[in-house]
Ligand binder design. Structure first.
Ligand code: NAP
Length: 249
């Protein structure tokens, strides 16, 4: 198979799945990382193959740096190249105030959403940057409007973990801009995926629709369209940008 290779963390469900399917349709070969839902990841791969594309699923917990490094190694071995990376895997937790949160919760939140994303960005730069013999490429980090809004009374820990992604995007973009690598981020607003159920609020997207200026949650496809744009040659002069895709929220 030929075609540029894209790695997406958390590509088995939600926004990552939508990115994987749209990327495959646009001609990318797609490496899909997942944490535990093997069936969902394989279903995405199967859909890609039925559409004539090339995809493969790779299990790794992005909260474990050694697993992130092994993931990038396996993708390099299997596909022989890397051209784009979507830093998407992320978690929320039950709604709570900060003064109610355990050390274990905070450590898990920052390991997955922040440490995992920073280590993954490092591994991507080590393969994409011309400084390391790469051919250049693009990184898209998935932040959140929570990074700006702070999510008081819901999950300040999650919001803070995503604030770091905004800062990573700005700094890394400038660090590698002369090495053929563009780094941008998207701040989704409230998007209709299963992440809300994992935080104990399965109806959150619909319940909060009236608080969104556009009066509706966004879809995973709407985030994926923006990811595909930022990966594409049409975004060739865009780096260090953080796009709110949030219906005005
Ligand atoms: P989702 O539907 O819950 O899907 C999460 C994906 O991440 C799944 O593929 C899951 O894999 C994977 N994942 C979770 N923990 C992981 C780990 N430790 N290691 C590797 N993969 C892991 O979530 P989503 O709504 O699509 O969210 C995707 C990103 O968008 C996240 O970074 C989230 O913070 C951000 N975001 C979402 C919203 C929203 O309203 N949905 C808003 C703002 C930002 P398994 O299938 O194996 O569990």
């Amino acid at each position: 198979m030929s075609g540029n290779v894209l790695l997406i963390t958390g590509g088995s469900r939600g926004i990552g799945r939508a990115v994987a399917l749209k990327a495959a349709a646009a001609g990318w070969q797609v490496a899909i990382n997942y944490a535990g839902n093997h069936a969902a990841a394989e279903a995405v791969v199967e859909t890609i193959r039925q559409g004539g594309g090339n995809g493969r699923a790779f299990q790794a917990d992005v909260g474990e740096p050694a697993e992130v490094m092994a993931l990038f190694h396996q993708v390099s071995v299997h596909f022989g190249r890397l051209d784009g990376f979507v830093n998407n895997a992320g978690i929320v937790d039950q709604t709570a105030r900060l003064d109610e949160m355990s050390d274990e919760r905070l450590e898990r939140m920052f390991r997955v959403n922040t440490l995992g994303a920073v280590v993954a960005a490092r591994e991507a730069v080590r393969r994409l940057s011309t400084r390391h013999g790469g051919s250049g490429g693009a990184i898209v980090n998935i932040s959140s409007m929570a990074a700006v809004l702070g999510s008081p009374g819901q999950y300040v820990d999650y919001a803070a973990s995503k604030g770091a992604i905004d800062t990573l995007t700005v700094g890394l973009a400038r660090e590698v801009a002369s090495e053929g690598v563009r780094v941008n981020a998207i701040r989704p607003g409230i998007i209709d995926t299963e992440i809300h159920a994992s935080g104990g609020l399965p109806d959150r997207a619909r319940d909060l629709a009236h608080t969104i200026p556009m009066q509706r949650p966004g879809t995973a496809d709407e985030i994926a369209d923006t990811v595909l744009f930022l990966l594409s040659p049409q975004a060739s002069y865009i780096t260090g940008a953080i796009l709110n895709v949030s219906g005005g929220r």
